[in-house]
Design a protein around this ligand. Structure first.
Ligand code: SF4
Length: 399
């Protein structure tokens, strides 16, 4: 099978709690709570549900002093880095920084001027806390709107570079950048333009994507081109409503783009009039029995002999069905024929065998290019922060 060569926007590493964002570290999945932050019980409960779903960085809004006041308590009860989202009132950022938070997200366009921004930068620097400079198309500075006429990609990038320069002048470099818009082409062009000019890591997302399922499709449309270009060090899929479904959506986008894999990928044909087995039941059963597995393996289940054998050969393990029977392939080699009733059990046996073999081998990419068994960063050998204990499978990314 064709081996993809992935390139990644070369970014600095920025520590955010026990994670390192940027460099060759995994692309972390982030979400944001929807509770009133000062409602500690509700906020912690939602964060714990996000953690359970696999969320790796969580953001809470801090609009009022009572929200800042509970940050230590929230931090004490959760297990992932805590990011404070600040709009309009720079004093909330200063107040948040009196607590053991891991990152401040500032929207520089609405923080009230450069001097206020500098004050937050200095406190982040003195406390060793990272900052995301989160430029938003909807709140760009007036002079940039006057200069460019509308929040176009060059205007957004100029805004980010302006605030980066101010931060650097204060001796602060623990910066992550986001350049979000609700318009997909703007998102893609803006991050691409930024990546040509700057090496601070990026948090990527399509803002205000709306309600699923359209919001997931829209996010995927915006994020996939960037991820395939190697841009993006943390990711959020913004969905209206409960944030927990954001996590699976984000991991699915990372998996579909081959950037990070934490579960088997099941490929099934759409079925058509040539179908010769009960493919839907077989796939449903397989999905159920594969739930929770973290093996980065590509499994294909095809319903007839037209495309089946060819496609099955492309997968790590595949089955090409035909008239109540199926032929199992492993890395393109025919393994054995099984009856329709035996298919799921036989595939699972092959998958178990595959897992055992992968576990006993040193790191190497699977034929699918979906990655190897190791959770470690094989590119740099670094064992910084979470990269060494990451339980899912991160791709070896070619820089
Ligand atoms: S693999 Fe066969 S059954 Fe499935 S969609 Fe293709 S032609 Fe139809």
């Amino acid at each position: 099978m064709y081996q993809h060569r992935f390139h990644r926007h070369k970014t600095r590493e920025v520590r955010v709690g026990d994670k390192v964002v940027g460099g060759d570290n995994p692309i972390w999945v982030q979400s944001m709570t929807t509770t009133d932050t000062h409602d500690v019980e509700a906020t912690v409960a939602q964060i714990l549900r996000l953690e359970e779903a696999g969320c790796e960085l969580v953001r809470v809004t801090v609009p009022k002093p009572e929200d800042a006041a509970v940050l230590s308590e929230i931090k004490r009860r959760i297990h992932i880095p805590l990011i404070c989202d600040i709009h309009f009132d720079y004093r909330m950022a200063l107040a948040a920084l009196d607590h053991p938070v891991d990152k401040i997200r500032i929207n520089p366009g609405n923080i009230g001027g450069y001097e206020r921004f500098r004050q937050v930068v200095r406190k982040c620097r003195d406390k060793g806390v990272a900052m995301r400079i989160g430029v938003n198309a909807g709140s760009l500075e007036k002079d940039l709107l006057d200069k460019y006429g509308y929040p176009c990609p060059p205007a957004m990038v100029e805004s980010a570079l302006r605030y980066i320069e101010i931060a650097e002048a204060e001796g602060f470099y623990d910066i992550v950048v986001s350049l979000k818009s609700s318009d997909v082409p703007t998102v893609v062009e803006t991050y691409r333009l930024y990546a040509k000019q700057c090496n601070y890591p990026t948090h990527i997302g399509v803002t205000e994507a709306g309600k699923p399922p359209y919001a997931i499709v829209k996010s995927a449309c915006g994020l996939a081109p960037l991820l395939l270009d190697g841009i993006g060090d943390t990711i959020r899929v913004s969905l209206l409503g409960d944030p927990v479904p954001e996590i699976d959506a984000a991991f699915d986008i990372l998996q579909a783009t081959g950037r990070r894999v934490r579960k088997p990928e099941l490929i099934a044909c759409p079925t058509c009039g040539r179908l010769e087995i009960d493919l839907e039941s077989i796939v449903a059963e397989l999905e159920k029995r594969l739930a929770g597995r973290k093996t980065p393996i590509r499994i294909s289940v095809l319903g007839c002999v037209v495309n089946g054998p060819g496609e099955a050969r492309e997968a790590d393990i595949g089955i090409a069905a035909g008239r109540g029977k199926g032929m199992i392939f492993r890395r393109g080699q025919m393994v054995r024929a099984v009856s329709e009733a035996e298919m799921v059990d036989a595939l699972l046996e092959e998958i178990d065998r595959w897992e055992q073999e992968q576990l006993s081998k040193p790191d190497q990419p699977s034929q699918s290019g979906l990655g190897a068994k190791s959770a470690e960063n094989t590119q740099t050998g670094k064992k910084s922060a979470q990269s060494q204990k990451e339980s899912s499978f991160s791709l070896p990314l070619v820089g």
